[in-house]
Design a protein around this ligand. Structure first.
Ligand SMILES: *[C@@H]1O[C@H](CO)[C@@H](O)[C@H](O)[C@H]1NC(C)=O
Ligand SMILES: *[C@@H]1O[C@H](CO)[C@@H](O)[C@H](O)[C@H]1NC(C)=O
Ligand SMILES: *[C@@H]1O[C@H](CO)[C@@H](O)[C@H](O)[C@H]1NC(C)=O
Ligand SMILES: *[C@@H]1O[C@H](CO)[C@@H](O)[C@H](O)[C@H]1NC(C)=O
Ligand SMILES: *[C@@H]1O[C@H](CO)[C@@H](O)[C@H](O)[C@H]1NC(C)=O
Ligand SMILES: *[C@@H]1O[C@H](CO)[C@@H](O)[C@H](O)[C@H]1NC(C)=O
Ligand SMILES: *[C@@H]1O[C@H](CO)[C@@H](O)[C@H](O)[C@H]1NC(C)=O
Length: 688
């Protein structure tokens, strides 16, 4: 029954199709005349001994099949690839043991697989160092030991014997020490990945003799020194990533020789000087990331030459303006980040022509004239994320009703000291998911059409001068009620930082996808009630209303915000009790109701015991136990009654339920790490 019901499910159909493809691949392989991986082959005794030696040093899930007694033919073992056409008959030529949960070390016996061509041990938990004997194998072509826990320095003389190595992938381990000096004999090398290790020292001259090199991944190490002119020798290079190292000095003017280079990343180094002429004239480059260096001069890209440029990140450097008009001729440009430079200019009118532009950040560039900036950018029809924070100081936000941003998903205009009120044109941004207008001087009311933003999940209007009530329509934000929240990153590898303050202390946005669903209306002059309907926002994680003039009770319904992690209602004029049901908010890790007019008992739930008293101070009379909002009663039998009522059964059940909920929930939010305080028996009054 169950199987019958499951089989029409789309994923099973895919699974079947996948199986057919797999079957086809297996059949195709077995007809390959020499590359056989089948039980017909008999394992060479030297190979068998080498594999058994290797196997004895590791622990893994392959254990079932690597069994000399049960299955004496090693060619049938998981991941072992044999070839019947070697000079000495059928021999092991490949070990494909990626993602096999291998732990332990690599023993020297592996180096007895004389005919080994491919060694793939990636995505395991292997540790220790790589045995030097491994590099005595003459036939080695591919070594992939990426994503393990290997330590030690990278072996010297790797290509002294193994001259045919094409692929070396050591990525994401703990290799340390100097960058290997003697690579000169690795003349066949096409792909070299040493990224995400702890290599230091400078690049050796020998690396510039590797004419076949296509991809060089050296990011996330401690490599220092200058980037040598020798790079110009690597004329087959397609991708070069040296991000997050300590390279310094000028970028070499050798990009004219790198005619195949498509991707150059050098983010987060110590480069200085101007952009070299050959770099800004490269016809092959598609991706150029130079974020977070100390590059200076003007942004003088020659877009007549750079016809393939798609993604440009020159953020966080010392470039000076103006923003060049000519940039608008890089017509394939999709991602442009010039944030944190001193460009001090208006946006050139010709930016209208950047029709492919999807993500633009000009945050903190001393950009002026917000009216003309928005007037120009509305013509970039594909614009999805626009970041303009920390510019336009003291300008008035334009209310030109004709502005149209139909595809805009994210608008960040925080910390611009903008004047005026929320403009009507914003209501036509039907696809808005993220809006940040915080830290401006905007006034008037929050329009009720905000409730119509069906995709909005992040709204920050904090630190303005908004008046009137919170529009009731904010309780209808569809995505926060039930929707799927997903803001696409412009390019997966593009790490966006948006600074609200000019460096130093302050808030900094991380990657957009890391944004938690948020409503922040703090530091305004909002009045009236907190609508019970907010309880419908099941997907909201952060709810901040502090420093307003909100009145009335905290609605019981707020306990419906089942994803809530942070709630701050402090510094308002809220009355009455904290609803006991808030104890059910099992993800809650921060709670603040200080400086209101609240009274009565603080909900008894594990998470509430972890909130310090400062979250409750400044109220009429909140307590951890044994008090009510009612005027004081004579402490006679009614006290005993209350004691049974509150401390007795109902509380016992409530605490047990919420404990189960919190233990499941809090591991995800992390707050359980702070040790819950021991429940006190004495009456503690907080407030005044
Ligand atoms: C090694 O195996 C992994 C799968 O486990 C695969 O993704 C990777 O491409 C392989 N490496 C090489 C160099 O073929
Ligand atoms: C490179 O190969 C030559 C000739 O095979 C050999 O003499 C030399 O020692 C090798 N150099 C290194 C650094 O391995
Ligand atoms: C560049 O390659 C040439 C040979 O093609 C070689 O003589 C020269 O030493 C190389 N330059 C560097 C810096 O390695
Ligand atoms: C920028 O570079 C500095 C060091 O050069 C580093 O400490 C900092 O983390 C980098 N910032 C970013 C956002 O990568
Ligand atoms: C810009 O590139 C074009 C096309 O490659 C070239 O003809 C022109 O000389 C370049 N301009 C400058 C200033 O380098
Ligand atoms: C704009 O985006 C659409 C949809 O992603 C895409 O098909 C189109 O090619 C883009 N336009 C330009 C000029 O890149
Ligand atoms: C409000 O914004 C101003 C800048 O406009 C900033 O200086 C101030 O620190 C902000 N206050 C709060 C409480 O965030």
């Amino acid at each position: 029954m169950l199987l019958l019901r499951l089989s029409p499910h789309p994923s099973s159909v895919m699974g079947f199709r996948g199986f057919c493809l797999f079957l086809f691949a297996v059949l195709a392989l077995s007809f390959e005349p020499w590359l056989l991986k089948s039980a017909e082959l008999t394992c060479n005794s030297i190979d068998l001994r080498a594999l058994t030696g290797f196997y004895n040093c590791v622990d893994s899930e392959i254990a079932g099949t690597w069994n000399k007694t049960a299955s004496p033919d090693c060619c049938s073992w998981t991941g072992v690839i044999c070839d019947s056409s070697t000079v000495s008959g059928t021999r092991v030529v490949g070990l494909e043991l990626g993602s096999k949960r291998l732990t332990g070390k690599i023993c020297e016996s592996l180096a007895d697989l004389y005919h080994l061509r491919v060694l793939n041990l990636s995505y395991n938990y292997l540790s220790g160092s790589l045995p030097a004997e491994l590099f005595k194998l003459q036939n080695l072509e591919v070594i992939d030991v990426s994503n393990n826990d290997f330590t030690g320095s990278i072996n010297r003389g790797m290509c002294r014997t193994s001259t045919g190595i094409r692929v070396l992938n050591f990525s994401n381990n703990h290799f340390s020490g100097e960058f290997p000096k003697d690579l000169a004999n690795c003349t066949s090398l096409q792909y070299l990945s040493f990224d995400k290790n702890s290599l230091s020292g400078s690049l050796p001259e020998s690396i510039f003799q590797l004419q076949n090199m296509r991809q060089l991944h050296l990011q996330d190490n401690w490599i220092s020194g200058l980037l040598n002119n020798g790079f110009g020798n690597l004329s087959n290079l397609v991708k070069l990533d040296i991000s997050s190292n300590m390279f310094s000095g000028d970028l070499p003017d050798v990009f004219g020789s790198l005619t195949k280079l498509e991707h150059f990343s050098a983010n987060t180094n110590l480069f200085t000087g101007r952009l070299p002429t050959s770099l800004v004239n490269s016809p092959s480059l598609q991706i150029l990331y130079l974020n977070n260096n100390s590059l200076s001069g003007s942004i003088n890209l020659n877009c007549s030459a750079m016809k393939n440029l798609v993604s440009l990140d020159l953020g966080s450097n010392l470039f000076h303006g103006p923003i060049p008009d000519s940039l608008s001729f890089c017509q394939r440009l999709t991602v442009l980040n010039l944030a944190r430079n001193n460009l001090n200019s208006e946006l050139p009118n010709d930016f209208k022509n950047l029709q492919a532009l999807t993500y633009l950040s000009l945050s903190n560039t001393s950009l002026v004239n917000i009216s003309s900036t928005l007037g120009i950018l509305q013509h970039c029809r594909n614009l999805s994320i626009l970041v303009l924070s920390l510019n336009f100081h003291d300008e008035e936000i334009p209310d030109n009703v004709n502005l149209q941003f139909n595809n805009l998903k994210g608008l960040v205009l925080g910390n611009c000291k903008l004047r005026g009120s929320i403009p009507q044109w914003l209501s036509s941004c039907h696809n808005l998911q993220l809006l940040d207008l915080a830290w401006n001087h905007l006034g008037g009311t929050i329009p009720s059409w905000f409730g119509k933003f069906e995709s909005l999940f992040y709204l920050d209007l904090s630190n303005n001068s908004f008046k009137g009530e919170i529009p009731r329509s904010l309780t209808l934000l569809q995505t926060l009620i039930s929707g799927n929240i997903s803001l696409e990153e412009p390019v997966s590898s593009f790490h966006l930082s948006i600074f609200r303050q000019g460096g130093g202390r302050g808030m900094r946005y991380k990657q957009i996808s890391a944004f938690r669903p948020t409503l922040d209306l703090s530091y305004n002059m909002l009045q009236g009630p907190i609508w019970p309907g907010f309880g419908n926002l099941k997907r909201l994680h952060v709810f901040i209303l502090k420093y307003n003039n909100l009145s009335g009770p905290i609605p019981d319904n707020l306990s419906g915000m089942s994803s809530l992690e942070v709630i701050d209602l402090s510094h308002n004029k809220l009355l009455g009790e904290i609803p006991l049901s808030m104890g059910n908010l099992s993800f809650l890790s921060a709670f603040n109701v200080s400086y209101n007019q609240l009274c009565g008992e603080i909900p008894k739930a594990v998470q509430f015991d972890t909130f310090p008293d400062t979250c409750f101070v400044g109220n009429i009379g909140l307590c951890r136990a044994l008090c009510t909002c009612e005027p004081e009663q004579p402490p006679t039998h009614s006290f005993r009654e209350k004691k049974t009522k509150i401390i007795g059964l109902p509380f016992g059940i409530g605490a047990a339920t919420s404990f189960v909920l919190t233990v499941t929930g809090c591991f995800m939010s992390g707050w359980v790490l702070s040790k819950p305080k021991k429940r006190k028996n004495t009456v503690t009054r907080i407030g005044h």
